[in-house]
Design a protein around this ligand. Structure first.
Ligand code: MTE
Ligand code: MO
Length: 568
């Protein structure tokens, strides 16, 4: 759409405001005099629309932030973070007073109040944007920064946190800028003749058509974004409510002590090199991979696991039943098949759970069965070889992760953890069913999508220190990293510089065969640029595959290779 004839004139907009005042029909065609002053009533009416635009844009920003937080993680909600910061800043006396006044509704009242303040600030931003371009957008940007800093100080610093707050503020700002510009636009004479209008509008003349069409677009977009904001807001509220309820249930859940504790971490298992990742990955840093658009909220009270299919005895197990079993606690390193060589889609945690084989023993699989199709509450499935779930390895129906109930993102209340298999064929989160079946009859979610039906983890290794491309001082350069061959164990790790001789690294003791091992090696390097590679060999003497292959269909191979610049 063309800019109005007032382009370049001081941005007072009175004339255009008059011709674009959607509440009341103007008597003239509005096209002829961009500089003509509008009536007070028209200006007021237009200001109302600017305020409405601002309130809708601010609301849209909040709702987008909440929906994105719902997608990534509830802890990224800017609204919750800002609200929490406000509550922390309020003196205790005021808090007590609010609680006594509103009782258990205090939180709803508080959030309602926040939304009112946000709508008011948004309305102000709309009016400012109408007076001066980008003034209101700047208000929304400040808004985004407040949300971002609240999230960053309260949740952990993650890329997702920044993405949520920035995307929310950006969409709000864009919407506001767009709406106010439509509101400003005078009837574009050029567009008028091509603009599509109704017959009735056309009958009133071309300029008239443009005014009406522009006004209609403004109103349509305003109404559509208000509607979408309302619908999105209700969805976000429902998800938040569900997630909040389940988070509370999770916090209240008492995990029993393990009947069989995790083996102690051997001395020296953790190489104390700066820049190495911890041997046991904290829950908040644990990689997350799943197809769930919204983190499923499963009520632990009503959760049941069904064992179905080719079994002599179908079984239903609730959480109380499961927690009453003799649980074991084990460190297991799980990895994603999509982990590139040198990638970080791998993590090591201490899992508490009941061995899957004990449950299958009660169900008694029938002859001919060779697969267990595990299913999550949202319909995702993984096909795991039956033999892996019935041999002596610690394949678990896991309820605990590093001493606490599973985080919602990692499968609360129950998931599978199977040493030695990639997550896509084993690590079903939000677990609800184990169907004993055959590979010939059933497939897991990823198999028809280009991934192998079997997914044993490939022996691999990674250099974490120094980071690739890092400048280091000449002399002894310390290298460090991890190597893994779950359920087989690592035998040795070697490094080579510029494709020379392999040199044995000092391999730290592993926690168990099912976890990664750390290693380190100091290498004398004179100034210059080097290529350094790592190679792991499992305990049976099988080295990791050198040939570079992509992650599909069954996991990447190749040596992790870094570049090191040694300073003179
Ligand atoms: N319900 C469900 N479980 C799932 C997935 C999924 O998409 N849905 N993805 C799997 C994949 S591919 C991996 S690598 C692991 C990752 O587990 P994490 O997110 O706890 O690290 O979960 C597995 N379990
Ligand atoms: Mo994965």
């Amino acid at each position: 759409m063309a800019k109005s004839g007032a382009a370049g004139a001081p941005r007072t907009y009175a004339g255009e405001v008059n011709s674009f005042q959607p509440l009341q029909e103007t008597a003239d065609d509005g096209a002829t005099s961009p500089g003509r002053s509008g009536t007070d009533g028209a200006a007021r009416g237009s200001r109302r629309w600017a305020a409405a635009s601002g309130a809708v844009a601010a609301g849209a920003a909040v709702v987008i932030g909440e929906l994105l937080a719902g997608l990534f993680s509830p802890s990224l909600s800017p609204l919750t973070a800002v609200g929490g910061a406000v509550i922390d800043a309020v003196p205790p006396g005021v808090k007590d007073w609010a609680i006594s006044l509103f009782g258990t509704a205090d939180k709803a009242v508080f959030v309602g109040g926040m939304l009112l303040v946000i709508a008011a600030v948004g309305a102000l931003a709309g009016i400012l944007e109408q007076r001066r371009r980008f003034a209101g957008v700047a208000v929304i940007a400040v808004f985004g920064l407040v949300g971002l800093s609240a999230v960053l100080t309260r949740a952990q610093m993650t890329l997702a946190a920044a993405v949520v707050a920035l995307a929310a503020a950006l969409s709000g700002a864009l919407l506001l800028g767009w709406l106010i510009r439509r509101l400003h636009e005078g009837p574009p004479a050029g567009a008028a003749r091509t603009g599509a209008g109704t017959d009735a509008a056309n009958a009133q003349g071309p300029a008239r058509t443009a005014t009406t069409a522009g006004r209609r677009t403004f109103l349509q977009v305003l109404a559509a974004s208000a509607g979408a904001t309302a619908v999105g807001g209700v969805m976000a509220a429902v998800w938040r409510g569900a997630a909040a309820g389940i988070s509370t249930a999770r916090e209240k859940l008492q995990l029993p002590a393990a009947a069989s504790q995790a083996p102690a971490i051997p001395a020296g298992a953790e190489v104390g090199l700066d820049g190495m990742q911890p041997l046991v990955t904290p829950n908040r840093d644990f990689y997350r991979i799943d197809t769930a658009l919204i983190v499923p909220s499963l009520d632990p009270e009503s959760w049941v696991l069904r064992v179905t299919g080719m079994v002599e005895q179908e079984i239903e197990l609730n959480l109380a039943d499961l927690l009453a079993k003799p649980l074991v606690e084990r460190h297991v390193t799980i990895a994603c098949v999509s982990n590139e060589v040198g990638g970080d889609l791998i993590g090591n945690a201490r899992w508490l759970g009941w061995p899957v084989r004990e449950l299958l023993a009660l169900a008694r699989p029938q002859a001919g069965a060779d697969m267990v199709l595990s299913r999550s509450s949202d319909g995702w499935t993984a096909g795991t070889p039956l033999e892996v779930l019935t041999d002596q390895r610690d394949a678990l129906l896991a309820v605990g992760m590093n001493g606490e109930p599973l985080p919602l993102e990692h499968g609360f209340p129950v998931r599978m953890i199977v040493p030695g298999l990639y997550g896509y064929v084993s690590a079903t989160k939000w677990l609800t069913e184990l169907r004993v079946t055959r590979f010939a009859d059933d497939v897991g979610y990823w198999t028809p999508r280009g991934w192998s039906d079997r997914g044993p983890i490939k022996t691999s290794s990674r250099i974490d220190v120094p980071r690739t491309g890092r400048r280091v001082g000449a002399g002894t350069v310390m290298f460090g990293g991890v190597a893994w061959a779950q359920h087989t164990g690592i035998g040795r790790v070697e490094l080579r510089v510029n494709r020379g001789q392999w040199q044995a690294a000092r391999l730290a003791p592993g926690i168990s065969l099912d976890t990664w091992y750390q290693w380190q090696l100091g290498i004398e390097l004179t100034p210059g640029q080097y290529e350094v590679q790592v190679r792991a060999t499992d305990v049976s003497g099988e080295p990791q595959v050198e040939e570079r292959r992509p992650v599909a269909p069954d996991g990447a191979t190749g040596f992790h290779t870094i570049r090191v610049d040694v300073n003179p």
